[in-house]
Design a protein around this ligand. Structure first.
Ligand SMILES: [Zn+2]
Length: 380
């Protein structure tokens, strides 16, 4: 019951102020709970400092909102050479964020220490309130709260990531695949809003995917669903870092495009390759289009299988815009069934921030307000 109340109270984080205040009648309607039950829960949450009465809002404190001191949640997004940290309120609304470079393939303890430092700095700029929950994204298949493949994310292998993060950060931590977090953000805040099913592909150092089915993230039996990057396109193809051959990632990752261009544009960042393509470099255009074509072939299997309402391309590849979209659509149409061949393929609006914003939303979703009403002091 508490969970239903919280979901109603913290939903629609981008819908503006009119959703900040909740009448108890509306809470009863949205949760399906009896008015007397809502009244009891609201009283407990108000005592616990999570909700506060809106001055002048209806009779006898019948309109409530999240209290300013209800606490914070944090989102962390670890990449192969960066970490992003964001702090939000219990509705998952962004309050502050920071992003820093890490040494390539960082050791997990050092990466977590950097994140802790950034988190402390962000919290120091906000009114004092407890940090209730952290969600962190890692660019690797996740099993439980550990990295499920050592070769995919070195520096984090063999570690109970959730426990290590809880020790470093001093708050409960949820560990999730970064593309899954991106899928959540695009579904709730980005271009996949209003679609009940969508597929998000994150293309950066590697290639990952996350799927929303019937408005929920589909994680599979052990949390590893959506790994489109390791779909086999050619069993005789190039070796992939997962150990297999001919995976999509071996054709479409940012690293692959940069390697293809290493003769013409040595050491170039992906953005520079995109600029070169726009400036007329046939090689740069071809390298990006080839990645898009292979992506489209893999997406054909995804849309045949899942029939998502939209496919969103995120991560660094989103910088390529139409250059990658056109070839991905051509590749998809070549191998998809007629019924799904025109599935929209678009680039992310949230760009490199999708996973970080998704982490904030997941952290807010997982705050257990039941704990707050069981007699514990919220400031503990
Ligand atoms: Zn692979």
């Amino acid at each position: 019951m508490l969970d239903a109340l919280r979901r109603a109270a913290v939903s629609d984080p981008l819908d503006g102020d009119e959703h900040d205040d909740f009448s108890q009648a509306r809470l009863a309607r949205e949760t399906g709970l009896a008015p007397a039950t809502v009244s009891n829960i609201v009283r407990d949450l108000t005592r616990a400092g999570v909700l506060e009465t809106v001055p002048g809002g209806g009779r006898r404190g019948s309109v409530v909102r999240l209290s300013d001191t209800a606490g914070y949640v944090a989102g962390l997004d670890f990449g192969h050479s960066h970490v992003g940290v964001a702090v939000g309120d219990l509705a998952g609304r962004l309050l502050a964020e920071d992003r820093r470079a890490l040494a390539p393939e960082p050791d997990h303890a050092r990466a977590l220490a950097t994140a802790r430092l950034m988190l402390d700095e962000l919290l120091a700029g906000l009114p004092i309130a407890p940090l209730r929950r952290v969600a962190m994204g890692l660019p690797a298949p996740i099993q439980g709260s550990a990295v499920g493949s050592a070769s995919i994310f070195p520096g984090w292998e063999g570690v109970d990531t959730g426990t290590a993060a809880e020790d470093a950060l001093g708050a409960p931590v949820t560990v999730e695949n970064d593309a899954n977090l991106g899928a959540v953000a695009e579904h709730r805040l980005g271009v996949a809003r209003l679609r009940e099913s969508s597929f998000f592909v994150k293309i950066s150092h590697g290639v990952g995917g996350g799927m929303i089915i019937h408005d929920r993230l589909f994680r599979g039996a052990t949390g590893s669903a959506g790994e489109i990057g390791h779909l086999t396109l050619d069993e005789q193809g190039p070796l992939c870092r997962c150990g297999s051959r001919g995976c999509l990632e071996a054709y479409a990752s940012i690293e692959t495009v940069q390697q293809m261009m290493s003769g013409q544009l040595p050491e170039a960042q992906f953005g520079e390759i995109v600029d070169a393509a726009h400036a007329g470099s046939v090689a740069a255009r071809r390298a990006i289009e080839d990645a898009g074509l292979h992506l489209g072939w893999a997406l054909a299997s995804i849309v045949n299988l899942l029939n998502p309402g939209v496919v969103v391309i995120g991560g660094t590849m989103a910088l390529a815009g139409d250059l990658v979209l056109e070839s991905a659509r051509i590749g998809l149409r070549r191998h998809a069934l007629d019924s799904v061949a025109l599935t929209p393929v678009v680039v992310s609006e949230l760009g490199n921030r999708a996973s970080l914003l998704g982490a904030l939303l997941v952290a807010a979703d997982e705050v257990d307000l039941a704990e707050e009403t069981s007699g514990t002091d919220p400031d503990d």
